[in-house]
Design a protein around this ligand. Structure first.
Ligand code: BGC
Length: 480
């Protein structure tokens, strides 16, 4: 689609049902955000209830991340085999049961067991949410709709912070952790019931030999003119009745996209976002803020994260994915350099707290317009249909792995090297990430998923077996 078509299409009204579907599917993100965010506050009380050692506290926190690796690894393949809708329903049932299981845990081992299971559902949610949305969305609003998942992740995190804030200062705190963890059952029910009434992804249906059904679904979502074109496009890339497998990921033409997905997964995490999201209250307390101020500051971080994600939604299909990623990562790097530097400048002792708070908030803001939403969207866009879920699953496993490693090591690295150096290390990773994005990450705005796939294959053929780079700029992708 050229620029003029894109602008013309941007004015085209879309069926409101698409937006309703995207919001319901994005409840996957809400559960992902809530479950990963809630534990920081709940942990204080779980620790008291079960008299936990440091190791057991770490087990409570990180079990979700380990489960999520398993969920992402298996979920991608399940989504390709059984469909996006069925996997979402399965995930919501697991979420529901595990939330209640966690709330009723009689000892810490049972709790860790349920958190592992909950983590598997988080892993499913992390891939199937944007995948499902991007496959039902018309290409001119696919970016904005795809970002709904990240918006809901940030709302889930904010909800977790607010839940912690409400329960923490009251006598409910001691038993309140059960309510905090159990609350996840509510969005899980909304997701499961909502998706039960939704249709399967038309792209998955065509790839699984059900073109008539796909047509029915698309006819509810598209105008008559768009329908035939889109079905033809999907058919042309689909190899009906053929299911993809892990072995297909080794095909040379898939490799550049696979590398981009895995690298972005790492970059999203090793640039340190969760050292702020999970540890913000601890960092603020360490800087001398009172308990109330630390909690308020943390809620502030959550609000900025959500607000800037909304800004990204407004920009995704106007400026493109690459500019958002580059501005976002560049800004994060700058903030990390300032943050680290503030610990070395003599005479700043009194104002360090404020410099830290402001640069931390701006750092989160830059993440929220770039790496946060764009990573999850791109890995749902750049893979061939036949193996889209599987490939996305592989990239996500690396995302959860990197998340786990940062969560596990961040505090000890700070203890050993000090805050200044630690933030500079994160800054160095971010600069490397910026360079990688500049060199390798493709622009996908305004193109159908099938055009992206065809481009990927063409590039690999032209560039030789393994060197087919992905299209980087709009000039590149608009070329006939
Ligand atoms: C990341 C999470 C992070 C969240 C913060 C997501 O895109 O994958 O690890 O906690 O953004 O908003």
């Amino acid at each position: 689609m050229n620029t003029i078509d894109r602008l013309a299409n941007a004015e085209r009204p879309h069926n409101p049902f698409i937006y309703v579907m995207a919001i319901i599917v994005a409840f996957n993100g809400l559960l992902f955000g809530f479950d990963t965010g809630v534990v920081s506050g709940a942990l204080l009380y779980i620790r008291e209830s079960f008299h936990l050692s440091t190791v057991m506290q770490e087990a409570v926190v990180s079990s979700v991340l380990v489960g999520a690796m398993v969920g992402a690894f298996t979920g991608g393949n399940l989504a390709d085999r059984f469909g996006r809708r069925r996997l979402t329903i399965l995930g919501s049932i697991v979420f529901f049961v595990a939330s209640i299981g966690m709330a009723l845990s009689t000892n810490v081992y049972v709790l860790v067991g349920w958190r592992l299971i909950e983590g598997v559902a988080v892993g499913f949610a992390s891939i199937v949410g944007t995948l499902y949305i991007s496959e039902i969305a018309p290409s001119d609003i696919r970016g904005s709709l795809g970002f709904f998942q990240q918006l809901m992740i940030t709302i889930g995190i904010l909800l977790a912070y607010v839940t912690n804030y409400v329960f923490a200062p009251t006598f409910l705190g001691v038993i309140g952790w059960r309510w905090m963890l159990g609350f996840g059952a509510v969005p899980a029910a909304v997701l499961g019931i909502g998706v039960y009434f939704m249709p399967e992804s038309p792209r998955w249906l065509i790839n699984n030999g059900q073109p008539e059904k796909a047509k029915q679904v698309l006819s509810r979502l598209r105008s008559h003119d768009e329908l035939a074109d889109e079905i033809e496009q999907i058919r042309s890339v689909s190899k009906a009745e053929q299911k993809g497998s892990l072995a297909d990921l080794r095909e040379p033409w898939v490799r550049p996209a696979l590398i981009v997905g895995i690298a972005l997964a790492f970059i999203q995490q090793i640039t340190g976002i969760n050292s702020v999201i999970y540890y913000a209250p601890t960092v603020l307390q360490g800087l001398g803020f009172s308990n109330v101020a630390s909690i308020a500051g943390t809620v502030g971080v959550g609000i900025v994260n959500t607000t800037l994600t909304i800004v990204a939604i407004l920009l995704a299909d106007r400026v493109g994915r690459r500019p958002l990623l580059l501005v976002g990562t560049g800004g994060m790097a700058l903030m990390l350099v300032i943050l680290g530097g503030s610990f070395f400048v003599p005479g700043l002792a009194g104002v360090i707290g404020w410099i830290t708070l402001i640069s931390m908030i701006l750092y989160v803001a830059f993440f929220a317009i770039g790496l946060g939403p764009v990573y999850w969207l791109l890995i749902a866009e750049i893979y061939p249909l036949r193996i889209r879920g599987t490939a996305e699953g592989v990239a996500s496993v690396f995302n959860w792995l990197a998340n786990f490693l940062v969560a596990l090591t961040f505090l000890s690295v700070v203890d050993t090297l000090g805050k200044g150096i630690s933030f500079w290390i994160l800054g160095a990773f971010t600069i490397l990430g910026f360079i990688f994005i500049y060199e390798q990450v493709p622009e996908t705005m305004g193109r159908s998923l099938e055009e992206i796939e065809a481009e990927l294959q063409d590039r690999a053929l032209v560039g030789g077996e393994t060197t087919g780079a992905l299209p980087k700029s709009r000039d590149d992708i608009d070329r006939p």
